[in-house]
Design a binder for this molecule. Structure first.
Ligand SMILES: [Zn+2]
Length: 294
């Protein structure tokens, strides 16, 4: 009997689950993220059971951090989850082994096993969205960190001036405060543009709108400062981008590369391959399903 492993992408608004075989997602189910933690956990168990009544293993990618036992430290977009033992609670509901991990780290795991990681053993995964997430893979091992906070590159500080912008994490000057979705929308508005969605800014940039082009140019520069710091420490084989805005990566790449080249401690560090995820949207579910296998 083949093993049935299910990956769950537990997002702030939607819960998506898929039966995963290797690097492929075979069928999916989803539902809204709604209610108190117990209701959300019931909803996750329900979408998993819709796919498979007796799964062998389930992995869950969360938009926050947890410890090695799957107890949640922080989940900023879903209230009430601090301290909830997510893995134990879901294991009880589903009767199988459940692994829980940060979503960017999970995406890095998927990419490591079935995407660019097959060519580049050491890389940083950068997830671009509401937040700027990250995962670090060194010699094919995902570095989750002593407390589950490894690879949080969205909170690398790139501005230490007294008026540095506030990051959603509460500190000031993090790269997320420059390159997260809300920062981009705010910057576009400050330049006189009007958009409700970052994809609209990308569309405007595609039409040659100079304000939109400037937003992405500045975003690339901010990411370039952060990635220069990462490169100066780790000297990686590649940097991989995922998330909705990664589809517009060509708008970000020129300024990102320019900043990397001008700021890197040594020339080769600035020439690192900059890639868009080979797995795209399925990196999170694929990685989550593989949590219990590694
Ligand atoms: Zn921050």
């Amino acid at each position: 009997v083949p093993r049935t492993t299910i990956g769950v992408d537990f997002g702030g608004t939607r819960i998506k689950a898929g039966v995963v075989d290797g690097g492929e997602v075979e069928k999916t189910e989803s539902t809204d993220t709604y209610g108190a933690p117990a209701d959300v956990l019931d909803a996750i168990a329900m979408v998993v059971r819709r796919l498979e009544t007796k799964p062998d293993a389930v992995g869950v990618a969360i938009p926050g951090e947890c410890d090695a036992a799957g107890r949640c430290y922080r989940l900023p977009n879903v209230p009430g989850f601090e301290g909830v033992p997510i893995a134990a609670e879901l294991g009880r509901r589903l009767g199988c082994k459940v692994g829980v991990e940060n979503d960017a780290t999970t995406a890095a795991l998927g990419e490591s096993l079935y995407g660019h990681g097959r060519t580049y053993p050491s890389f940083a995964m950068v997830t671009l969205g509401t937040g700027v997430g990250g995962g670090i893979v060194i010699d094919r091992h995902v570095r989750r960190g002593a407390h589950g906070f490894g690879g949080e590159i969205g909170h690398v500080a790139i501005d230490r001036s007294p008026n540095a912008p506030r990051c959603p994490c509460g500190l000031h000057g993090c790269v997320e405060a420059f390159a997260g979705t809300n920062a981009l929308l705010g910057r576009f508005q400050a330049l006189g543009g009007h958009c409700a969605d970052v994809l609209d800014i990308a569309e405007a940039a595609g039409r040659g709108d100079t304000r939109a082009l400037q937003v992405f140019d500045e975003m690339g520069d901010a990411l370039g400062w952060m990635l220069t710091n990462v490169q100066n420490v780790l000297d990686l084989d590649a940097i991989v981008f995922s998330g909705g805005i990664a589809a517009s990566f060509s708008l970000i790449e020129p300024s990102l590369r320019r900043t990397l080249r001008s700021r890197a401690h040594a020339n080769p560090l600035g020439e690192i391959p900059l890639l868009v995820s080979a797995l795209g949207e399925r990196a999170g579910i694929v990685g989550a399903a593989n949590l219990c296998a590694t």
